[in-house]
Design a protein around this ligand. Structure first.
Ligand SMILES: [Zn+2]
Length: 247
């Protein structure tokens, strides 16, 4: 049977600590809770790491977070040789916030890149220090200096970032919202979560289940480290933190 975890990071990506109750521990030692602030690996964003604190103050280190049989079942994977909690036990959940915040800044930067480069996305992977977005694009046509300058304009403008729910019918009526060429947003729940950037979503809106910063200024300084050719019709853009290194 599949369990339901209330994914509180969807409504508030800034919850560093929450309390939860253990629903089950699966046969591979994965811990399933009634609610969690741990993001589960999905959509190119890695899951959270951190620790769970037991009533006696001892900690269970969490090495990864993944989804189970359904997207609503979130499994906290303990590090090696950790004690396992009992069903019904109450725990305090702490994510590795410095790492998560880097991932939120990088993930939001990937959205900005899709604004600067409005081409179909064929793949993406967010990491703490280097993220990539692949575009269906035969020729980049612009340099990393140009793309970096456009990205930093959007960061400096400190546009708000917020989510909005729309119906599947609204999404079907606006196919342009979907930028990913191969991945369709999950349907069946009746609602689609849009991540919007700018007043009235003037800069961008697209379906996404990840975690993002509240405003583009929080991303800080970023640059395009590389534009790589990946096959005849694919270009891979790498985003890194900090200023563009001098040539
Ligand atoms: Zn996103």
């Amino acid at each position: 049977m599949a369990y339901m975890t209330n994914a509180v990071f969807r409504d508030d990506a800034y919850l560093t600590e929450v309390d939860a109750t253990v629903l089950a521990v699966n046969d591979r030692g994965g811990i399933i809770l009634d609610r969690t602030n741990f993001y589960a690996t999905s959509g190119g964003q890695p899951g959270d790491t951190g620790f769970l604190t037991r009533g006696d103050g001892s900690r269970i280190a969490i090495a990864a977070t993944v989804t189970g049989e359904t997207k609503n079942e979130i499994i906290h994977v303990p590090a090696i040789d950790q004690p396992l909690p009992e069903p019904g036990e109450k725990l305090a959940l702490s994510i590795d916030w410095p790492r998560r915040h880097l991932l939120m800044r990088m993930h939001t930067a990937c959205h900005l890149l899709s604004v600067v480069c409005p081409f179909p996305i064929t793949g993406a992977a967010v990491a703490e220090d280097d993220s990539r977005v692949d575009f269906d694009l035969p020729d980049a046509g612009f340099t990393k200096e140009e793309v970096t300058a456009r990205l930093m304009e959007l960061v400096a403008a400190d546009h708000p970032v917020f989510t909005r729910l729309i119906t599947e019918e609204e999404l079907a009526a606006n196919p342009g919202l979907v930028k990913s060429k191969n991945v369709r947003p999950p349907v069946g729940t009746g609602q689609i979560r849009l991540v919007c950037i700018g007043e009235n979503a003037l800069i961008d809106s697209q379906p996404c289940g990840g975690t993002h910063v509240r405003a583009t200024g929080e991303i800080g300084e970023i640059h395009i480290g590389k534009i790589e050719k990946k096959g005849r019709e694919n270009r891979r853009f790498r985003i890194r933190f900090g200023a563009l290194p001098a040539q």
